[in-house]
Design a protein around this ligand. Structure first.
Ligand SMILES: [Zn+2]
Length: 202
């Protein structure tokens, strides 16, 4: 591999770099508890291996998306650092995808240079976030260097991954994830609890 683990991600502003570092700091200070891992296991129907921390929560406190380490169990490269876990959000994104919204977004992207630039920035910030995590946790990124998620930086392939980045990193980072979340607001909205599975309820 030619990618060096210590090599910083190119073309990212100091402010964006700082934002990523703060997110990783916060994730490391609030590592996933047993109760959080258990509720995510119920949401996904499988054990969330490599879960570092809850990345976003519903108003009720239930995880909506999690932050996963770059190398799971010390051997499985995992590029989807921001992972959507809310069943309501997953279903809403699947519905948008079934309606063909990914093609609409991809077309929009091809025609709009400003949108392309923000999407590139979202890709760079995703890489930076994962790079910080890799450095902090001592995980190798050699098999996923330069790879992010959801089709970034030029295509739109998975609205689950893109909306997860929006939830974890906040609005104004991933324009496609933000738009997808806006489109499903009637059925999924982090500030309106519709959780069938809730943290703290067994
Ligand atoms: Zn809720």
């Amino acid at each position: 591999m030619t990618q060096n683990l210590a090599q910083p991600v190119a073309s990212i502003s100091q402010a964006d770099r700082r934002k990523c570092a703060e997110l990783v700091d916060s994730a490391m200070r609030h590592r996933a508890s047993e109760a959080e891992i258990a509720v995510v296991e119920r949401q996904l129907g499988r054990y969330p291996r490599g879960m570092v921390a809850v990345g976003a929560r519903c108003v009720c406190g239930t995880p909506l998306a999690v932050i996963t380490r770059p190398l799971v169990d010390g051997k499985i490269p995992f590029p989807t650092t921001c992972y959507l876990t809310s069943p309501e959000a997953v279903k809403a994104m699947s519905h948008l995808e079934a309606e063909g919204r990914m093609n609409d977004f991809t077309e929009q992207l091809a025609q709009d240079e400003e949108l392309q630039a923000s999407y590139q920035r979202a890709h760079a910030m995703y890489l930076e976030l994962r790079h910080d995590l890799a450095r902090t946790l001592g995980d190798s990124e050699e098999h996923i260097a330069g790879t992010t998620a959801g089709g970034m930086p030029v295509r739109v392939k998975c609205l689950h991954a893109l909306s997860a980045q929006s939830l974890v990193m906040g609005a104004g980072v991933n324009p496609v994830g933000d738009a997808a979340l806006e489109q499903v607001r009637d059925v999924f909205n982090p500030s309106v609890c519709r959780c069938a599975i809730r943290l703290g309820e067994e």
